[in-house]
Design a protein around this ligand. Structure first.
Ligand SMILES: Cc1cc2nc3c(=O)[nH]c(=O)nc-3n(C[C@H](O)[C@H](O)[C@H](O)COP(=O)(O)OP(=O)(O)OC[C@H]3O[C@@H](n4cnc5c(N)ncnc54)[C@H](O)[C@@H]3O)c2cc1C
Ligand code: FES
Length: 272
């Protein structure tokens, strides 16, 4: 069966790059119908496995990059695909970051750096002032630090175990940084971290946009598996990027849905 018959674009793997022990980036050549913008995602299908949502971590005009962390069966298999293999891709999907005039402060935790490195590149190409705060549990999990520095952005690093940069949480850096400039904040990472980022930004009167993860089945606004209660926003279509202040009226930081649609308290340490 051809990918097009399944409503997907074929995506040829041109390169697989190991970014860290847990993350592999796939560079995919695919005839997407329009350019992805930072914060948008694609549904990726490896024949024989489930479709999974992946943020776009780069776009060079012809090639799409996704950066895959190993979580379960599909992401483990995606990390094993080789140059020349084909995946199916739907997208670009969802609402990305609204990028205007800076200065911008980007706050990324773990693989949450995937959409942010794309935003960082776009903002720097426009000559905007950008500072990136990169956090992870330990140094080997830090993502895109060198790439962010190469764009000319200022970069600060923090690890929970102190193995690289300052010891502590990325939100500690944020608290220190926020009063220094009229930063506009973009954030992605574990939901507990995002809650702290939003609360801190709201307290200081700073605009904050957050890229959120929810279990997604269709990615197209049809199945309802990603709905945020009580307002009914679908993360795949009204998001995944939301204005932080608006998220405080929802399940954000409190409940998620499992693959059966059941509402569960947010598990600790959850990426999205
Ligand atoms: C908008 C969006 C962007 C994302 N971007 C990235 C990215 O850039 N890089 C990356 O590595 N991961 C990203 N994810 C998460 C990724 O989709 C899940 O890790 C993946 O679907 C897990 O599939 P699996 O079969 O390997 O694991 P599973 O065995 O299915 O699950 C492992 C864990 O992942 C969670 N999960 C499973 N499926 C999903 C899903 N469809 N959406 C969210 N969480 C899920 C489960 O609750 C479970 O805790 C993104 C998710 C969303 C919603
Ligand atoms: S994933 Fe189906 S509605 Fe969002």
């Amino acid at each position: 069966m051809r990918f097009e018959e399944l409503g997907m674009y074929p995506a040829r793997v041109e390169k697989a790059v190991r970014e860290s022990p847990a993350v592999v980036s796939l560079h995919l050549r695919s005839p997407l119908p329009r350019e992805p913008s930072p914060g948008q995602f694609v549904m990726v299908w490896l024949p024989g496995k489930e479709e999974v949502p992946m943020s776009v971590s780069g776009w060079d005009g012809a090639r799409l990059r996704i950066s895959v962390a190993k979580m379960g069966e599909t992401t483990s298999e995606l990390q094993r695909v080789k140059k020349g293999e084909y995946l199916g891709v739907k997208g670009p999907l969802g609402r990305g970051f609204e990028l205007g005039r800076g200065p911008y402060l980007l706050v990324g935790g773990g693989t949450g750096m995937a959409p942010l490195i794309f935003a960082c590149r776009r903002l720097r190409e426009r000559g905007e002032r950008v500072k990136v705060l990169v956090g992870a549990r330990t140094s080997s999990e830090l993502l895109f630090v060198t790439e962010a520095r190469r764009t000319g952005a200022e970069v600060e690093v923090t690890t929970e175990d102190g193995s690289s940069g300052e010891g502590g949480m990325v939100t500690d850096l944020l608290e220190r940084e926020l009063p220094k400039r009229p930063w506009k904040v973009l954030a992605c990472g574990p939901e507990e971290m995002l809650v702290r980022v939003v609360e801190e930004c709201v307290k200081r009167g700073r605009k904050v946009q957050v890229s959120l993860e929810r279990y997604m089945r269709c990615g197209l606004g049809v199945c309802g598996s990603c709905v945020l209660d009580p307002v009914g926003w679908r993360v795949c279509t009204e998001g995944p990027v939301f204005e932080g202040r608006l998220l405080l009226r929802t399940d954000f930081g409190k409940f998620v849905r499992d693959p059966t649609g059941r509402r569960l308290p947010l598990p600790p340490g959850r990426r999205g």
